[in-house]
Design a protein around this ligand. Structure first.
Ligand code: ATP
Ligand code: MG
Length: 400
């Protein structure tokens, strides 16, 4: 095994975006694999090749490439010299190591000096495999695809494609700040934004001193887990219990949840501005609970001029749970906790708060002072996904 051939979905990339995408993906791959024995990362038309040292930590490299956004799929590949005979030998060796009834050869020629076109190489190698194994060529649904990449000074032969997470390379789309509870939804919302190329910072509100710290422990665990996808994360922890107590003392019971949320959004916006985020992200999904009706979402988001993104808004709970399981956050999310939002909440909160009611309720509060109180008490924590080169800080983000 000498290299890893990484493929991305070119079709989704238009014009000047493609260059930025590829440059960012190459840089992110370099950083995630730092210290693992990748000698260099090279961009070729339509793919990226990681050249490996003899003692490279192949399994760890595979695991990291598999969680790098922007990677559609990848294969571990054998390097050969750039002549047809050597390539044929490597292809036959791959075929001999496999059980299959049908196959095809997929050649890409990054070196146009190579004397044969890709279809010609496919035909020559296809015939060689057919002669050696007696298996049939099937261009539509082959059991085995052997890929050949012909580069200027070497060729790579690979077979098994391993899936990547798709999406866009982290940090290419800018920064957002996610309101992260300890629940199921918001970690999935954060993941979906990372997958679209955002670097995500987190804000967690806990009910201290009225609740224990279980929700905070869960939030930390979730950020730790999600950091594997972006290599470093910022978490802001905001004690919210005293602010809630003030709301409880002064506004109608039915409107507590809406007012909690508005206050959370104001505080989160100020923290987001500090980390240069352009938007807030929540795990809201339409109609899931009382606070997530169209009316309430509108009133809640009106508390801040900042853009509020809700990547799960059109998803069913079952779809969200399935994704939480796939990305590995579900097990933590379902642990019991004392969530601040359930503090002092009546059994039937309003599902259609009006702007006038909310404005009236908030006149009883010193909103500016409460926001300031939250910001003063907010604590910052930093998470870094360990790379052997411990150079994650420069990572995926030479960006400002
Ligand atoms: P989740 O599963 O993310 O907790 P939920 O279905 O429980 O969502 P709500 O409790 O209505 O829904 O919360 C809606 C959104 O508000 C959450 O997805 C999250 O973005 C934000 N939020 C709620 N509680 C907190 C908290 N304690 N800290 C930070 N954000 C929160
Ligand atoms: Mg929740």
């Amino acid at each position: 095994m000498h290299g890893v051939v990484v493929r991305y979905h070119e079709i989704a990339l238009k014009g000047g975006n493609r260059q930025r995408f590829v440059a960012r993906l190459v840089e992110n791959l370099r950083v995630v694999t730092a210290g693992l024995g990748v000698r260099s990362a090279q961009s070729l038309p339509g793919r990226i090749v990681l050249w490996l040292a003899d003692d490279a930590a192949v399994d760890e490299i595979r695991a990291r490439v598999a969680t790098t956004f922007g990677v559609a799929n990848f294969s571990c590949a054998v390097e050969t010299s750039c002549d047809l005979e050597a390539i044929r030998t490597a292809v036959l060796a791959e075929a001999a190591a496999q059980q299959f009834t049908s196959f095809r050869i997929a050649t890409r020629r990054a070196d146009k000096q190579f004397p044969y076109t890709s279809p010609a190489v496919n035909a020559l190698l296809g015939k060689a495999v057919q002669d050696a194994t007696g298996r049939a060529v099937d261009l539509e649904r082959p059991e085995l695809t052997i890929s050949v990449e012909i580069l200027p000074r070497a060729a790579f032969v690979s077979r098994r494609k391993e899936p990547g997470p798709g999406g866009l390379p982290v940090s290419i789309s800018g920064r957002v700040t996610c309101l992260l509870s300890g629940g199921i939804d918001s970690p999935v919302a954060a993941y979906r934004m990372m997958q679209r190329g955002c670097r995500v910072a987190f804000v967690h509100f806990h009910g201290g001193p009225y609740t224990d710290r279980t929700s905070l422990e869960k939030a930390r665990e979730l950020v730790h887990h999600l950091t594997r996808f972006q290599l470093r994360s910022d978490l802001w922890v905001v004690p919210f219990g005293a602010i809630q107590a003030e709301i409880v003392a002064r506004v109608p019971r039915t409107h507590r949840v809406v007012l909690y949320r508005r206050m959370m959004l104001r505080i989160a916006s100020a923290l987001a501005a500090r980390s240069k985020s352009r938007a807030l992200v929540t795990g809201e999904s339409l109609g899931q609970v009382a606070s997530q009706t169209l009316e309430n979402m509108e009133i809640i988001a009106a508390a801040t001029p900042m853009l509020v993104l809700r990547p799960l808004v059109g998803m069913d709970k079952s779809e969200i749970i399935a994704q939480a399981e796939r990305i590995g956050t579900l097990a933590t999310s379902i642990l019991p906790d004392q969530d601040c939002c359930s503090l002092f909440v009546p059994p039937h909160p309003t599902t259609h708060a009006t702007a006038a009611e909310v404005a009236a309720a908030e006149t009883a509060l010193d909103v500016t002072a409460l926001v300031e109180q939250g910001l003063t008490a907010a604590e910052h924590e930093r998470f870094v996904y360990p790379t052997p080169a411990a150079d994650a800080r420069s990572v995926a983000g030479g960006e400002a």
